[in-house]
Design a protein around this ligand. Structure first.
Ligand code: MLT
Length: 258
């Protein structure tokens, strides 16, 4: 699978994986801020943005393999710093656990290590069917929009909310269904967090309703070298809602890695 991607800046490589059903565009503010000192690579995961959207379930492992193929294709063999938001975080965990030698620092933003409950997985299957039947992602997008942002963002920055609604509506139905079905079968990774010995920064919006701060704290505690930053005034899309605070946390983490 050939992924579309952004590749900007020079220096140590930082790879950023977007959430569902978004695209690499969600990292625009991070690409801008980090590329002064780092080489930032942000792919569109399969089914999203400008990458191909095959039929079938996109397991987190298959999406992680796409990212490793991309790095191989770019000749990047040295370990990278890997960051992912929500679904991108699930993919980042899968990639790190499968290929520990490829990652020297990990950033888990607004995400979790737990698998879906049976109920949640069934809900995803229903949503996948609805989206495929409609031929567009509208029903999933409308269900997600109110949960993605902090209330303050919805009030103060309706243009940001609208731009994300537009972005999500561009995701093809096959891509949305594939990601939903893949997330529904992702394995429980909580018991494996202890295997991740590299420095890991957990970032969470203080008002994240999808992956709330309590869970993020538990995940950071279970990581041998885990730290947490709670982002004020932000919900699930912390890097987009409060990019200044997220960029500052990321830059501090990166400079600590050397
Ligand atoms: C995301 O933001 O990527 C999704 O909310 C993840 C999920 O549905 O579990």
């Amino acid at each position: 699978m050939r992924l579309a991607f952004t590749d900007r800046g020079a220096g140590p490589v930082v790879v950023l994986l977007h959430g569902f059903p978004l695209s690499r565009a969600m990292w625009d503010r991070q690409v801008e801020a980090l590329s002064a000192n780092y080489r930032v690579i942000a792919p569109d995961l399969r089914g999203h943005g400008e990458s191909p959207a095959p039929d079938g379930a996109y397991t987190m492992e298959s999406m992680a393999d796409d990212v490793v193929d991309l790095l191989d294709g770019l000749g990047i063999e040295d370990p990278v710093v890997l960051g992912g938001l929500s679904m991108g975080g699930y993919v980042s965990l899968a990639l790190t656990l499968k290929n520990p030698a490829r990652v020297r620092g990990l950033m888990l933003l607004d995400t979790k290590a737990e698998a879906d409950s049976t109920e949640a997985a069934e809900g995803r299957e229903k949503s996948a069917k609805a989206v495929l039947e409609a031929g567009n992602p509208g029903s999933v997008v409308e269900a997600m929009v109110p949960k993605l942002f902090a209330e303050a963002t919805i009030k103060k920055n309706p243009a940001l909310v609208e731009s994300f609604r537009t972005l999500m509506n561009k995701t093809p139905a096959a891509g949305v269904a594939g990601a939903l079905r893949g997330m529904a079968v992702r394995p429980e990774q909580t018991g494996r967090l202890g295997e991740i010995k590299i420095p890991t920064l957990v970032i969470v919006g203080e008002h994240d309703a999808i992956t709330p701060p309590d869970g993020a704290r538990r995940m950071a505690d279970a990581l041998p070298a885990g730290k947490i930053e709670v982002i004020p005034g932000a919900g699930h899309l912390a890097p987009c809602e409060n990019p200044e605070a997220v960029n500052a946390a990321i830059l501090k983490f990166l400079s600590g890695l050397g």
